[in-house]
Write a protein that binds this ligand. Structure first.
Ligand SMILES: C[S@@+](CC[C@H](N)C(=O)[O-])C[C@H]1O[C@@H](n2cnc3c(N)ncnc32)[C@H](O)[C@@H]1O
Length: 311
C-alpha cells in the first residue's frame, strides 16, 4: 500500500494550546511513520483495537467517538457494531493515518464511519454532549495532559454515555523496547532527550492511576480490566513498530550503518524470545453521570453543540 499524501491543511482547527509542542511531535512521529504503522496492523493494532471495541460494547444505532483512532483498528469494529444507522467519528492527528482509515472503511463497505484529522481535545471541545460512547485505544498516553483529556471526554459524552480507554500496561512491549535501548547503548551513541510523552505514559500504565483519572474527571463506576496477552512480533513487524510509532524518536539520530546494526540486533533479540512480545493492556470503563451538574458540581451548564447525524 502506498503512503497517502499529506494534505496541505494537515491538522484542521486550532491545536489545543497548552502543549502545542508535544501534540506536534506526536503528529510528526506518527505521520512520518504511517506506512510502517499500518504494516503492524494485523500483528498488533487490530488485535488490541478489536478487544477495545468489544469492551466498549456500543449500542446498535449509537453515536461513537474513536479518539486517537490511527488507521481504524478500533473504529472499524465499532462501525460494524453500531450498524448502518449508527455512526462513528474517528479522530486522529495524523492525516496519513486517517487517509489509510478512510481507505480501509471504503474497502470494508462501511459508510457509517468518518475519519477526521484533528487534535482530539479540540474536537472534543467542539462536540459537547454528542456521543453515546467514547473509545480511546492506545492514545491517552500521547496526550499532554491525560487528566484534561478525561474531562474533555466526559464533556463530549451524552449524559449516561460511557468511555472505554485502553492503554499498555507497565512492561508491555518488552522485550522490544529493551532490545532497542540495548542496541543503542551497544553502539555507544548518546541517549536521546527524554520523550515528551514520558509523564503521560507513566500516568496511564497503572490501573490505580487510570481509576484516579476517571474519578477526577467525574466519571461514575470506573473499572479497569487487565488483559494479559502476548503478541507475535518478528523482526519485520518489530522494525515496523519502531519506525511507525513514537519509538521512531529513538532512531532518528542514527546513521544508515547504525540503523542496520540496530535493526539486526532487534531482530535477534526478538528471535531469542520466540518472537513473542508482551501485549498486556489495561481497559478502563466508566460512565458519565446522568446530569451535567453531577459530573462537574458547581460548573455552569454549557450549550450543547450536538452534531447533526449524517444521512
Ligand atoms: C499507538 S497509536 C493508536 C492508534 C489506534 N487507536 C490503534 O489502536 O491502532 C496512537 C495514535 O494517537 C494519535 N494521537 C496522538 N496525539 C493525538 C492528539 N492530540 N489528537 C489526536 N490523535 C492523537 C497518533 O497520531 C496515533 O495515531
Amino acid at each position: 500500500m502506498s503512503t497517502p499524501e499529506r494534505p496541505a491543511d494537515a491538522v484542521q482547527g486550532p491545536l489545543h494550546a497548552p502543549a502545542v509542542a508535544q501534540v506536534r511531535e506526536a503528529m510528526r512521529l506518527f505521520d512520518d511513520g504511517a506506512e510502517a504503522f499500518v504494516e503492524a496492523s494485523d500483528a498488533v493494532w487490530n488485535v488490541v483495537g478489536q478487544a477495545s471495541a468489544a469492551a466498549a460494547s456500543p449500542p446498535l444505532d449509537g453515536v461513537v467517538l474513536d479518539a486517537c483512532a490511527g488507521a481504524g483498528a478500533s473504529a472499524l469494529p465499532l462501525a460494524r457494531a453500531v450498524g448502518p444507522h449508527g455512526y462513528v467519528d474517528a479522530v486522529d492527528l495524523s492525516p496519513r493515518l486517517t487517509a489509510y482509515g478512510t481507505g480501509a472503511a471504503h474497502d470494508a463497505g462501511l459508510g457509517n464511519v468518518a475519519f477526521h484529522s484533528a487534535d482530539i481535545l479540540d474536537w472534543a471541545a467542539q462536540h459537547v454532549d454528542s456521543y453515546d460512547r467514547i473509545v480511546c485505544t492506545l492514545g491517552l498516553m500521547f496526550l499532554p495532559d491525560p487528566a484534561a483529556a478525561m474531562t474533555a471526554f466526559a464533556d463530549a459524552l451524552r449524559p449516561g454515555g460511557r468511555v472505554t480507554v485502553t492503554t499498555w500496561a507497565a512492561g508491555a512491549m518488552q522485550p522490544l523496547t529493551g532490545c532497542l535501548w540495548q542496541a543503542r547503548l551497544d553502539l555507544g551513541v548518546p541517549a536521546p532527550p527524554p520523550a515528551p510523552f514520558a509523564a503521560s505514559v507513566t500516568a496511564t500504565e497503572d490501573p490505580g492511576r487510570l481509576l484516579e483519572l476517571a474519578t477526577a474527571a467525574g466519571f461514575a463506576q470506573p473499572h479497569v480490566d487487565v488483559y494479559r496477552q502476548s503478541l507475535t512480533v518478528n523482526g519485520e513487524v518489530g522494525w515496523a513498530l519502531v519506525t511507525g510509532t513514537v519509538l521512531r524518536g529513538l532512531i532518528t539520530d542514527l546513521t544508515e550503518t547504525q540503523l542496520g546494526q540496530v535493526r539486526g540486533r532487534l531482530a535477534q533479540g526478538l528471535a531469542d524470545s520466540g518472537n513473542r512480545v508482551d501485549g498486556t493492556t489495561l481497559t478502563l470503563r466508566a460512565q458519565r453521570a446522568n446530569a451535567d451538574r453531577d459530573t462537574h458540581p458547581g460548573a455552569p451548564r454549557r450549550a450543547s453543540r450536538r452534531r447533526k447525524r449524517p444521512v
